[in-house]
Write a protein that binds this ligand. Structure first.
Ligand SMILES: Cc1ncc(C[n+]2csc(CCOP(=O)(O)OP(=O)(O)O)c2C)c(N)n1
Ligand SMILES: [Mg+2]
Length: 904
């Protein structure tokens, strides 16, 4: 339909007839300010003038005027020299200690690669972050004590050699460990490449090396600490969460993706330190711009407190002498690519290129030699500047703080890589380079020894060691350190889930609804109810969990400042300060970070919390699989619930929603127990056993369960099937006796009902007795079978053992068919152990939106397709005439010319 158009005439006003404006009140103020500024600029210089303006806006803010915040400030330190907290330590002593750490961190990588070229490791990252780490270790990171849980520090993953090197100086690791860096399988063990709690469970707390995950986790960890406090689980001194991040790492969406949450939640227990060495792996992070300025804008905009630590103390005098503002102008003009070049070239180059652009600037550095110009420190290498920034961050209230510290990548490596694009990959130093390193940092290693790059540690009774340990003692102990002190939880027994075991004869239920009931029962459980942490990424209504809103509340640090629109309804949206539900909004990554924080509380807080993270199964492993992998590494416990699972069971939603492969993706994680239950009693058995294994036996495993949204009658639990459910397979319903032929159909999830329908058709129309088995976990069956096979191979002289699958199926007659709502490769995992082979049906291919019936026919997982697969398997064995199969295809209405669903 065409909309009618109205003709409009437009005539502009005649400007010449407007009266000459009088000077307004506002203009008068501006004029007087102009005079102040003119005077300030002339007398105090541009820096102080800028600060004066900052001070003015702060005063306005203090009086309640909402002045807009600037997102970018001049390219100088946020804390001016005259406002800097004094450095409390023995500067020279700390410099020496730091040099030893530097040396050992470098030696660890060089030695490993000299012995076994290709082992890898990184020298240049820690070389740039040594001061950032050491100031933290000496003055800020508080260790665990009897009554303090300890600060939580996320170190840059590939700076691990530096962290090991410090632990060596502290006497927590010995030479043997360092010698076996990246050789974990060497005799006596070795150090893991990166922070992996799975591999070094007494040392590392937080895995960080997959870029972006550490920063994300740290935000949710800080928020989870607040959640525990609000719910009365912890009190006393609040730990700080520190995260060390690379500037290149800030490009990961996970790094900056949740910044606003940290600000919204006023997480002043969170401090980030971005090591802005201006380089990533291949080259500059922002060669043509300035990463520090870009990040400042992003963090300020998100509501963080930003502290820039750009220039070392040497620059203070130069900046103070810069009355014209030209130095600041030049600092702003030069791009990161230039700054990188200044760190590589001699001082003469910086004099010419940087200062030389303006004659006044050349004059400013007239008194400095080229050598001195080259040595003008960057802020991140100056412990005084770093200390002042950390102190300000510790004391800042109401916002999280980020420290943007400018450093040089490969600092101290000289010709061997300092500031060079290749530095990230540098793993070897020749003798000349080693000598230069030694001289630069004053390492007491002799000429005879230097080629061997020996580790150096001052004696335990030396002043250095005593000084270092004294500082650590004051801060409460060593770090990083992972200590597990949890007591076993008193978890409910299976009988507690009685109504799920009884089944529901008249009402139809989905496994999702069954889970909601089970979760409700757990939450109401007297002993562990409060420790249950339901985590939902904005899908509570989809899964029927909204009933919990009212009952246990949604956690909100601010409570509920408004009256919810549905306040009069029974299930209103109920936000409370001590709410139990973590309603994360649409962030599967953030929700998973919460899962990790809750699932590791047994270690980080000595508090066993039990997370249940329920989400759209398609947006789990496929979308945030790396976080799930990390959950294994960090030894998280808890339950992942992949709801609306199944390529055909979730029907209308189509291609992007229908999951048929999460069971394959999840099968890659070694400590993840995956299940695909069909009935609510199976669910109850699995969860009850999971609680026992994780929270009573203390096993470091976690669970993935698929949940489906198809409603059907839930049968009561048959006798004696619990073990089979947990192991992955049991006979659910035997076929009728006295039939000519025998078959077995393995079904899982709601598709077991197609198997049951096939059982009926086979009996009634084809004289086949088919037993239907419930396959709850192909992954577990396969793992057990692989272990048995391997044992048999390595023990040829012993009587061979039988895998569970073989024990169950070997004596059975007939053919075996498997059908599920997942890829065929899911059941195929056990094919080698199924007598006579396994014919598999599955949902390979892109999903479609349509009805379940049509989808199941399309993917060939319906009862009719299962019947054909069974008859075909019998024919293949020569037990049935092939013509029967042909006739059945016709009789059951299947189209033999239909294209394979994977190809359309
Ligand atoms: C997700 C992910 N992608 C790639 C890598 C490989 N990687 C390791 S370090 C690195 C460069 C890191 O640069 P930056 O974050 O600036 O840290 P720097 O070493 O400069 O301190 C890359 C690409 C990784 N560890 N994780
Ligand atoms: Mg970098």
């Amino acid at each position: 339909m065409k909309l009618p158009r109205k003709e409009q005439k437009y005539s502009p006003p005649d400007l010449h007839v407007l009266p000459e404006p009088e000077q307004t009140e506002e203009e008068k103020w501006l004029e007087s300010l102009e005079t102040v500024l003119e005077f300030a600029l002339k007398d105090q210089g541009p820096q102080k003038t800028a600060r004066f303006l900052d001070g003015l806006t702060e005063r306005l803010r203090a009086r309640g005027v909402d002045v807009p915040r600037v997102v970018s400030t001049p390219y100088i330190n946020t804390i001016p020299a005259d406002k800097q907290a004094p450095f409390p330590g023995d500067w020279e002593m700390e410099r020496r200690l730091k040099s030893y750490v530097r040396w050992n961190a470098m030696a660890m990588v060089v030695n490993a690669n000299r012995e076994h070229s290709g082992l890898g490791g990184h020298i240049s990252t820690y070389a740039s972050s040594a001061t950032l780490c050491e100031v933290g270790f000496n003055h800020f990171f508080r260790g665990r004590t009897e009554d303090f849980i300890g600060d939580m520090v996320y170190f840059q993953g590939h700076a691990a050699p530096g962290i090991y090197a410090r632990a060596f100086l502290e006497g927590r690791l010995d030479e043997h460990h360092l010698q076996n860096f990246r050789q974990e399988l060497a005799e006596g063990g070795g150090l893991s490449s990166y922070p992996h709690p799975y591999l070094m469970p007494d040392f590392w707390q937080f895995p960080t090396v997959s870029m972006g995950l550490g920063p994300l986790l740290s935000i949710y960890q800080a928020r989870f600490n607040r959640y525990l406090r609000a719910r009365g689980f912890i009190n006393g001194e609040e730990p700080k969460v520190w995260a060390f991040i690379g500037d290149g790492e800030s490009d990961e969406p996970e790094t900056l993706g949740s910044l606003t949450l940290a600000a919204r939640e006023n997480l002043d227990n969170l401090i980030w330190v971005v090591n802005c060495n201006l380089q990533r792996l291949d080259g500059p992070v922002r060669g043509n711009g300035k990463i520090i300025q870009e990040l400042e804008a992003a963090f300020q905009g998100a509501g963080w407190n930003v502290i820039k630590v750009i220039w070392g103390s040497d620059w203070d005098k130069l900046l103070a002498a810069d009355k014209s503002g030209l130095l600041l102008k030049r600092m702003e003009e030069a791009v990161d690519g230039d700054y990188q070049k200044y760190s590589v070239e001699p001082g003469s180059y910086t004099r010419r290129h940087f200062f030389g652009k303006y004659p006044e600037l050349l004059e400013l550095v007239n008194h400095l030699t080229d050598e001195q110009i080259h040595k003008l420190l960057r802020g991140g290498h100056d412990s005084r500047k770093v200390y002042a920034a950390y102190k300000a961050a510790m004391e800042h209230k109401g916002q999280p703080t980020v420290i943007l510290a400018k450093t040089v990548k490969g600092y101290g490596l000289g010709e061997a890589g300092e500031g060079r694009n290749i530095t990230h990959q540098q793993k070897k130093l020749n003798e000349k380079e080693l000598r230069e390193f030694r001289a630069r940092f004053g390492i007491p290693v002799s000429d005879e020894e230097i080629a061997e790059t020996p580790f150096f540690r001052p004696a335990p009774e030396s002043l250095e060691t005593k000084y270092m340990l004294g500082l650590r003692r004051k801060l409460g102990g060593f770090l990083p350190q992972r200590i597990v002190t949890q007591k076993p939880l008193e978890v409910p027994k299976l009988e507690a889930f009685g109504d799920l075991l009884k089944g529901a004869a008249r009402t139809e239920l989905s496994t999702t609804m069954g889970f909601v009931r089970l979760l409700g029962q757990l939450i109401r459980n007297k002993t562990i109810g409060r420790q249950i942490v339901p985590i939902i990424p904005d899908e509570a209504r989809t899964f029927g969990l909204d009933a919990l809103f009212r009952e246990i509340g949604i956690y909100s640090s601010k409570g509920q400042l408004y009256e919810p629109v549905d306040s009069k309804s029974l299930l209103y949206y109920n936000e409370t300060k001590d709410g139990q539900i973590l309603e994360e909004g649409i962030t599967e990554a953030g929700s998973m970070a919460s899962f990790v924080a809750a699932g590791t509380a047994y270690a980080t807080h000595g508090l066993p919390m039990v997370p249940f993270y329920i989400y759209y199964s398609m947006f789990g492993f496929q979308r945030i699989g790396d976080l799930m992998w990390l959950a294994g590494d960090i030894r998280a416990k808890g339950f992942l619930l992949g709801a609306t699972s199944g390529r055909t069971t979730l029907n209308g939603e189509g291609l992007q929603h229908q999951d048929g492969h999460s069971l394959i993706l999840s099968s890659a994680i070694p400590t993840l127990l995956t299940y695909d239950p069909a009935f609510t009693y199976e669910l109850a058995v699995i969860v009850a056993d999971g609680l026992r294994r994780m929270y009573v036996e203390g096993e470091d495993v976690f669970y993935y369960l698929t949940l489906y949204n198809e409603n059907y009658e839930m049968p009561p639990m048959p006798e004696g099937v619990a073990e089979g459910i947990l192991k992955g397979l049991y006979r659910f319903k035997a076929g009728p006796e006295k039939k000519a032929l025998k078959a077995h159909i393995l079904g899982s999830g709601p598709i077991i009902r197609e198997a049951l329908r096939a059982q009926q058709i086979l009996a009634e129309r084809y004289d086949v007795s088919a037993d239907v088995w419930s396959a709850t976990s192909y992954k577990l069956l396969r793992n057990e079978a692989l272990q048995t096979k391997r044992w048999n191979m390595l023990h040829p002289n012993d009587p061979p053992k039988k895998s569970y699958v073989e024990t169950l199926l070997n004596e059975e007659q007939g053919v075996f068919v498997a059908v599920s709502d997942n890829l065929k490769i899911v059941p195929d995992q056990i094919a080698p152990w199924v007598p006579g082979g396994l014919a598999t049906l599955g949902t390979d291919g892109f999903g479609r939106s349509d009805t379940r019936e049509r989808l199941r026919r399309f993917f060939e997982v319906d009862a009719e397709s299962t019947v054909i697969a069974t008859l075909h398997a019998l024919a293949e064995k020569g037990q049935l005439d092939k013509r029967v199969v042909g006739k059945a295809i016709k009789d059951l209405g299947l189209d033999p010319e239909k294209t394979h669903p994977q190809l359309v």
